[in-house]
Design a protein around this ligand. Structure first.
Ligand code: SF4
Ligand code: SF4
Length: 695
């Protein structure tokens, strides 16, 4: 009986037919392997990315992300659920097909035995049917989603006119990919149904519930054996075509994305790569495809065009000519063109080539990716955070900016800011001795950590030190800390710009100088831990200075104040109880460093009523100042990110305070309230001001 509970794979096939299938199969595999060899050839041109450590850990982490689809589920649960069904449907069907192939071509052919029978076969059949249905439902959910014409799935570019490019290749590929999969699933069920009907409905086949039910429908179709054979071949050819199509199309993401997730680094953009000495001899930036690391080249292929980064990008949302998705896709087009194998389903530019501008050798920074595109980035990291497949857009953007800096291809305002930082150590162009001028109006003296031992060294930062709008706030921080008896000091004229934004502009040489000077000043001082009010400085001192020999315990002041509350050193009254506020997470605090809890704990301790904006915590929306944008002209934007953010806060209704925890945010949002015509409707306040009131 056990022997009879099975199925014949090559049912009624003459030997020549079986042989032809294997020949076509081998040709397909050759085509598939060639496609991947081309990828390998491309990646092997890249520089070392240093990502071959902890391979086991990396593999398990990527496996976990893939199995749960957690990165796809994040921010879009509908797409996540649909993708989960497609993913697991595909995996189970793939495993099932592999078992059939092993059973047929190995166990049966060589040893004359089979495992695909009896109880195992029954469960096997049930699993294949259930996951086949999930697969189809997931695909239809995705088709439905695409029909809704969501902005993230719109391939319109923000940096080129409609007649300058053609992306029909992408749309064709999207359709082919989905319909290939649907056709494979449907024909699979039809083969099963025709076989069951032709075999006279054996009772055990009820373990294939979908096939069994469908068999009732096809039973009346006439010549079932012939139909079965024809459908079998149709299904077989489609499957083989799909395998051949994988490395040349969107389907490639099924394989590349696992590798990309495996080799991605969580701190890749908060700790930007140093320029090696060897690279430095040729220049700081990227000028040719071989300058990219193999991981960056793989990033370009990993993009599924899901558009999550596209809709999260503050530059794109304010009308700047930048979409992180298009940076990655343009680089893919360019990289493929350089190995002489342009994408089959790619984009083309108006000169009919896959290289932008029609030049023989276009400059990557300037032609392939326009300078204004690269300069539009606020380095907010929203793209990296949103990307479900571990693409690190920012390393590419910053490395291309390094080329622009080498060439002096930047706005005058930015050039001036960099010169000021180089000459005076601050972007305001003020003499070093004026850095601590804000302390003059205090009724107590702040310790000089270079002369006296302190517990905490306060890295004040440029904006908090020099911006007249901020100095009052800086004094408030000092007074509060003094009032609660914190033992702290500053570096006075020994402090320099931390370099976080200088590095993200691409001025690596200046950054290294600033980091080294600040570390030298730290070494001169005597302290236990560092704190700063500036999330940008917080990021680079905490994450990047260690590579230059400066490893310290660093706090953002919100974290430090929480610590002081826990230690009973900071006690707050309930004076502000019930005041309705919203809080803006600074990119370099929340998204870069995961510090979203401390500011909220402070607000809770103050007793205010916190109403969250729709985009909060790691999904916060950038103010538009980062990555050096604060030193660039933003007058051409349709609507500044900071103005959009104020509107987002106002949409919550009756919010009294827009709370911030970054000196740059104070400047950006105070201006945005005015320029968006909302003066008097909402007040921008730093958390420290509320603390002062509640003390
Ligand atoms: S870092 Fe921010 S501004 Fe830059 S491309 Fe990414 S999302 Fe856009
Ligand atoms: S880069 Fe990532 S988030 Fe952006 S479209 Fe590609 S896969 Fe989606």
């Amino acid at each position: 009986m056990e022997e009879m509970i099975t199925r014949e794979i090559f049912r009624n096939f003459p030997v020549w037919m079986k042989a032809s299938f294997y020949v076509v199969g081998l040709l397909t595999v050759a085509f598939f392997v060639y496609g991947f060899w081309l990828k390998y050839k491309k990646y092997s041109r890249g520089r070392d990315a240093g990502r071959f450590n902890h391979l086991g850990k990396r593999f398990m982490k990527a496996l976990g992300k893939m199995a749960t689809n957690s990165t796809v589920m994040k921010r879009d649960s509908y797409a996540g659920i649909a993708h989960w069904m497609i993913f697991w449907g595909f995996i189970v069907l793939l495993i099932g097909t592999t078992i059939i192939a092993l059973d047929q071509d190995f166990l049966h052919l060589i040893f004359g035995v089979s495992v695909l029978k009896g109880t195992f076969y029954l469960w096997f059949s049930l699993f294949m049917d259930v996951f086949g249905v999930l697969f189809i439902v997931g695909l239809f959910m995705m088709l439905f989603r695409r029909a809704k014409k969501l902005p993230q799935l719109d391939y319109t570019r923000v940096d080129r006119k409609a007649d300058e490019y053609d992306r029909k290749g992408y749309m064709t590929d999207d359709k082919i990919f989905t319909w290939f999969l649907l056709l494979i699933a449907f024909t699979g069920f039809f083969i099963e149904a025709l076989r069951i009907a032709a075999d006279g409905f054996p009772a055990f086949e009820k373990w294939s519930p979908v096939g069994f039910a469908l068999a009732r429908v096809v039973d009346s179709f006439g010549s079932l054996n012939t139909l079965h054979m024809l459908t079998w071949w149709f299904h077989g050819i489609i499957v083989l075509l799909f395998i051949a199509y994988i490395p040349y199309s969107k389907a490639m993401h099924m394989l590349i994305d696992f590798a990309n997730l495996m080799f991605t680094e969580e701190d890749a953009v908060k700790k930007l790569p140093r320029v090696t000495e060897e690279k430095m001899k040729e220049g700081m930036g990227y000028v040719k495809i071989d300058d990219f690391t193999w991981k960056e080249l793989m990033d370009f292929d990993a993009c599924t065009k899901c558009g999550r980064c596209h809709i999260a990008c503050p530059a794109k949302n304010s009308g700047a000519p930048l979409s992180p998705r298009d940076v990655i896709l343009d680089m893919r087009t360019y990289a493929d063109a350089t190995i002489g194998k342009p994408e089959i389903f790619g984009q083309i530019f108006n000169n009919g080539s896959s290289k932008a501008k029609g030049k023989k050798e276009p400059a990557i920074a300037g032609d392939v990716i326009k300078a204004e595109t690269l300069w539009s980035c606020t380095t907010c990291m929203a793209c990296v955070e949103a990307c479900p497949v571990g693409i690190e857009h920012l390393t590419t953007i910053v490395n291309l900016r390094r080329t622009l800096v080498d060439e002096g291809n930047m706005e005058d305002m930015l050039q001036d800011a960099l010169m000021n930082i180089g000459d005076y150590g601050n972007s305001f162009g003020k003499p070093e001795r004026m850095r601590a001028k804000w302390t003059k109006d205090l009724d107590f003296k702040i310790k000089d950590a270079r002369k006296e031992e302190v517990e905490y060294l306060w890295f004040v930062g440029d904006y908090a030190s020099f911006d007249s709008r901020m100095q009052d706030m800086t004094r408030k921080v000092a007074s509060i800390l003094n009032k609660i008896g914190l033992d702290f000091g500053i570096l006075y004229d020994g402090e320099k710009n931390s370099g976080n934004d200088v590095r993200r502009i691409g001025e690596e040489g200046l950054y290294e100088m600033l980091a080294e000077d600040n570390i030298a000043a730290f070494e001169e001082a005597s302290f236990k831990e560092i704190f700063t009010t500036d999330p940008h400085s917080f990021n680079t001192i905490k994450n990047e200075y260690p590579e230059f020999g400066g490893s310290y315990t660093v706090h953002h002041y919100t974290g430090l104040l929480c610590k002081l509350i826990d230690e009973g050193k900071l006690k707050l009254s309930d004076k502000l109880k019930g005041v309705k506020v919203t809080y803006h997470d600074p990119c370099y605090l929340g998204r870069y460093n995961g510090e979203t809890a401390a500011p909220r704990r402070l607000l809770e301790a103050l007793g205010v009523e916190l109403v969250e904006m729709p985009r909060n915590k790691e999904n916060s929306f950038c103010c538009g100042a980062g990555g050096g944008r604060i030193w660039m002209d933003d007058s051409k934007l349709d609507e500044r990110p900071s103005e959009q953010r104020i509107k987002e806060a106002l949409s919550l209704g009756n919010i009294e305070y827009f709370i911030i925890a970054c000196p740059k945010d104070y400047a950006m949002y105070s201006d945005a309230v005015k320029t968006s015509g909302n003066e008097g409707k909402i007040a921008v306040r730093d958390i420290i001001e509320l603390i002062e009131e509640a003390l």
